[in-house]
Design a binder for this molecule. Structure first.
Ligand code: NAD
Length: 287
């Protein structure tokens, strides 16, 4: 079990949801934490709360899809914390709607925030982790990287890419015999509030993958299973593993029908997202 006390961590999208819950756990473990987040107001609130908990917190407004800003803030993190032991790429962006009904820019933006941003941040810190042969990069993918979700085509694409990137980087690092550098891909199911509020499966789907009530359930998985036990894959709820096994063994035409049978075809019919924020459907309609 790896001890986290004294480690220096960056959490992207750490002002709300899974990111904030993870920051709370890291502070309790004794880590210094840098947060990069787009939402200034929530960032300031989070900084205040985490500092009051006794944490050494460095909070910066950042759009993680901005390569130059990421580079500048990576330099800043080295100045603030000395080094970066843990990088948690958690910030995510979603726009719902059938692919052909949306401006293509929505799809590109999701790839920018959910995938290209990981290229930028990992490219900043992986070389120095390799030099030290130590460090841990956690990338937050999704359950939709195992069971694709109609109405979330670009988001699904981006989360498959996150898993692929995490998987291949692990092999590259092992090939270079830098076994001290660890990677974790995190696959949360549906959290009932926040970014995916209103996303629903039918009764069968909810039995197989019950909605998660609290962001901290995922944060616990990231810290306890990912960082401390150094697991390569963190899948919550565990039932999503069933989807992985089914994908590996059943013919594709059956897989597609099974996906629709659990309600994935109508999963975004009541989607609302985080109201008033960037993942809000009402905001999309305003554009
Ligand atoms: P959230 O909306 O509660 O938090 C996301 C955070 O990312 C927010 O603080 C937001 O301001 C920040 N953010 C968004 N775009 C950003 C950008 N361009 N630059 C910097 N910060 C940005 O969402 P969450 O549920 O905590 O999601 C966290 C991660 O988990 C995301 O990657 C998401 O795709 C993934 N995920 C969520 C669920 C779910 O059901 N909520 C399920 C599977 C995967």
């Amino acid at each position: 079990m790896t001890k986290l006390a004294g480690k220096k961590a960056i959490v992207t999208g750490g002002a709300m949801g899974i990111g904030l819950a993870t920051c709370r756990r890291l502070v309790r473990e004794g880590c210094d934490v840098t947060i990069w987040d787009l939402s200034e107001k929530e960032l300031m609130t989070a900084e205040k709360e985490l500092t009051a908990m006794g944490g050494k917190i460095f909070a910066y407004v950042c759009d993680v899809s901005d390569k130059d800003r990421t580079h500048d803030l990576a330099e800043q993190a080295r100045k603030d914390m000395g080094r970066v032991d843990i990088l948690i790429n958690n910030a995510g962006f979603v726009r719902d709607g059938m692919f052909w009904e949306q401006p293509v820019e929505n799809a590109v933006k999701q790839m920018d925030v959910n995938v290209n941003a990981l290229f930028y941040s990992i490219h900043e810190f992986l070389p120095e982790m390799m030099d030290r042969d130590s460090g841990h990069i956690v990338n937050v993918s999704s359950g939709v990287a195992i069971s694709s979700a109609p109405g979330l085509a670009a988001y699904t694409t981006s989360k498959w890419a996150v898993w692929g990137l995490t998987d291949v980087l692990r092999l590259e690092v092992m090939t270079a015999k830098k076994n001290g550098v660890k990677f974790t891909s995190v696959h949360p199911g549906n959290i009932a509030t926040g970014m995916f509020e209103g996303f629903t499966l039918n009764l069968l789907g909810r039995l197989i993958s019950p909605p998660i009530k609290d962001h901290d359930v995922i944060a616990k998985g990231i810290v306890e299973k990912g960082l401390k036990k150094q697991r390569h894959l963190v899948v919550i709820p565990w039932q999503i593993y069933i989807g992985m096994i089914i994908r590996g063994i059943v013919p594709n035409f059956i897989l597609a029908r099974l996906s629709l049978l659990v309600g994935l075809g109508s999963c975004i019919n009541n989607y609302q997202g985080r109201k008033g924020f960037i993942h809000s459907t009402s905001e999309v309609k305003k554009e």
